[in-house]
Design a protein around this ligand. Structure first.
Ligand SMILES: CC(C)(COP(=O)(O)OP(=O)(O)OC[C@H]1O[C@@H](n2cnc3c(N)ncnc32)[C@H](O)[C@@H]1OP(=O)(O)O)[C@@H](O)C(=O)NCCC(=O)NCCS
Length: 170
């Protein structure tokens, strides 16, 4: 299968925060942001694999800044690394200032999607070749995150998580 670049799977979703999507402090409800990120990541996974893709795991979410009612929220999702059938999707969330238009990073998240066939069985996806420094950095750390996710899910023994162990022992 021919390798692809992360830019080929880039998905950008821009939308407003409406009153029905906020918590009592008038900030975007966390579950609403998770759903928007899942949608963007799902399109990204599909663009990379050209297959049906399912969410296997939400590996990391950082709600660093609250997002007020009326904000324009932009979600950018890219495949940071592909493995055999799974893809790590890195998501950056931005809000833009109404007057200046300057964008501020509000949140980020990492999801894992798996490409499946019509019966839901995992199928192979294209390898990925990172280009920018940030893409290379995210690519390099992805195997460690995959191992951590598998260990936490009880799908890998801690002693087999070589990349993860190296983080603590080196
Ligand atoms: C995700 C799913 C397809 C994995 O199926 P499975 O039988 O565990 O298949 P495998 O063990 O072969 O795993 C497939 C890939 O997923 C990866 N994977 C599975 N669970 C994972 C986890 N918790 N974290 C990271 N990767 C995971 C495996 O490492 C493997 O990756 P690779 O092929 O790139 O090496 C299956 O669990 C599923 O269909 N889950 C439901 C998905 C869904 O409905 N999502 C929406 C939730 S509402």
């Amino acid at each position: 299968m021919l390798p692809k670049h992360p830019s080929e799977s880039l998905t950008t979703l821009t939308d407003l925060v409406l009153p029905s999507e906020t918590n009592p402090l008038n900030n975007l409800f966390g579950g609403e942001l998770l759903a928007r990120m899942d949608r963007a990541a799902s399109i990204t996974a599909r663009r990379h694999s050209r297959r049906v893709c399912v969410t296997a795991s939400v590996n990391h979410v950082a709600f660093n800044r609250s997002i007020p009612l009326g904000s324009v929220v932009t979600i950018e999702a890219k495949v940071s690394r592909s493995f055999k059938s799974s893809m790590e999707i890195f998501i950056d969330v931005w809000i833009e200032d109404r007057e200046s238009g300057v964008r501020t990073k509000a949140n980020e998240a990492i999801y894992t999607f798996v490409a499946v066939d019509d019966t839901g069985r995992p199928v192979e996806v294209a390898p990925i070749v990172p280009e920018s420094d940030l893409e290379k950095e995210r690519y390099d750390a992805a195997l460690r995150r995959k191992q951590l996710s598998l260990v936490l899910a009880g799908k890998m023994k801690a002693q087999d998580a070589t990349e993860l162990k190296a983080l603590f022992l080196d």
